[in-house]
Design a binder for this molecule. Structure first.
Ligand code: CA
Length: 232
C-alpha cells in the first residue's frame, strides 16, 4: 500500500513517514501543495494524507485540482482547530475523511485503512441513498424529483450520513465530523438536527430512511416504509 503524505511541518511529516512505514505502508512525503499535486497526479497512491494549510498551494486547491484531473485516490485531510474552513467544507471539496490536529496516530491509521478498503472508484459526484440525492458541488438535495431545502448544518449532517449510508453512526461521530471541533454543547443537538432532517427528507414523502438505532446512533438507508405511528 503506497501513501502520499503532504505536510509542511517537517517534524510531523517525518513522524508520519516513520510511523506509517512501521505499519507496513510505503510512504512518500512532500512538503508543499504544488509538489503534492504533482506527486499525486503522477503516481497511483492508495491514499493521500493532505494537510490543509500548505505553502504554494493549499490543501483544498490541491484536492480540487486532483479531482479535476480525475485522480480519485482517497484523500484524508488534516485540518487545524483554528482553521478558517470547517469540516463540512472538507467534505464539500471531495475529501473522503479528515482529522483535526492534533490527532491520534492510531486513529489516523485506522481511518486510512478504512479508506483504502473502500478503494477509489470513480466516485459519482452526486451522493445517493435510495431516491435521495445530494450534490456536494451545487449543494442541491433532491428526493426523487422534489428539491429539498436544507440549512448549512442540515446539509453537512446529511452529507455525512450519506457518505456512511447503511452504517450505524454514533452521536459522537456525528458531533466530531459535522460540528466544529470546539463545540462543547450537549450531544442532544444531534438528535434535534436528525429530527429536522427527518421532517425534510422523510416525513413529507411518507418515508423513514433515517432510523434511530437505540443506544447506538443513527442509520440512513435506502427507502423504507414509514415507521408505525408513535414508533421511533
Ligand atoms: Ca500546514
Amino acid at each position: 500500500m503506497r501513501l502520499l503524505v503532504v505536510e509542511d511541518e517537517k517534524g510531523l511529516a517525518e513522524a508520519l513517514r516513520r510511523g506509517l512505514s512501521n505499519e507496513g505502508f510505503v510512504v512518500d512525503v512532500v512538503h508543499d501543495g504544488v509538489s503534492g499535486l504533482w506527486a499525486a497526479s503522477e503516481n497511483p497512491y492508495d491514499a493521500v494524507v493532505l494537510d490543509l494549510m500548505l505553502p504554494r498551494k493549499n490543501g483544498y486547491d490541491v484536492l480540487r485540482e486532483l479531482r479535476g484531473r480525475h485522480v480519485w485516490a482517497p484523500v484524508l485531510m488534516l485540518t487545524a482547530k483554528d482553521g478558517e474552513y470547517d469540516q463540512a467544507d472538507a467534505f464539500d471539496l471531495g475529501a473522503d475523511d479528515y482529522l483535526t490536529k492534533p490527532f491520534s496516530f492510531v486513529v489516523l491509521v485506522a481511518r486510512l485503512r478504512a479508506l483504502i478498503r473502500r478503494g477509489a472508484p470513480e466516485r459519482p459526484v452526486v451522493l445517493e441513498a435510495g431516491t435521495l440525492s445530494l450534490d456536494p458541488l451545487t449543494r442541491k438535495v433532491m428526493r426523487g424529483d422534489a428539491p429539498v431545502e436544507l440549512t448549512a448544518r442540515e446539509f453537512g449532517l446529511l452529507q455525512y450520513l450519506m457518505r456512511r449510508r447503511d452504517e450505524v453512526v454514533s452521536k459522537a461521530e456525528i458531533l466530531d465530523n459535522v460540528w466544529d471541533p470546539a463545540f462543547e454543547g450537549s450531544d442532544n443537538v444531534v438528535e434535534v438536527y436528525i429530527g429536522y432532517l427527518r421532517r425534510k427528507i422523510d416525513a413529507p414523502f411518507g418515508l423513514a430512511t433515517l432510523a434511530t438505532v437505540r443506544g447506538m446512533g443513527y442509520r440512513l438507508s435506502a427507502d423504507r416504509p414509514p415507521r408505525r405511528p408513535g414508533g421511533r
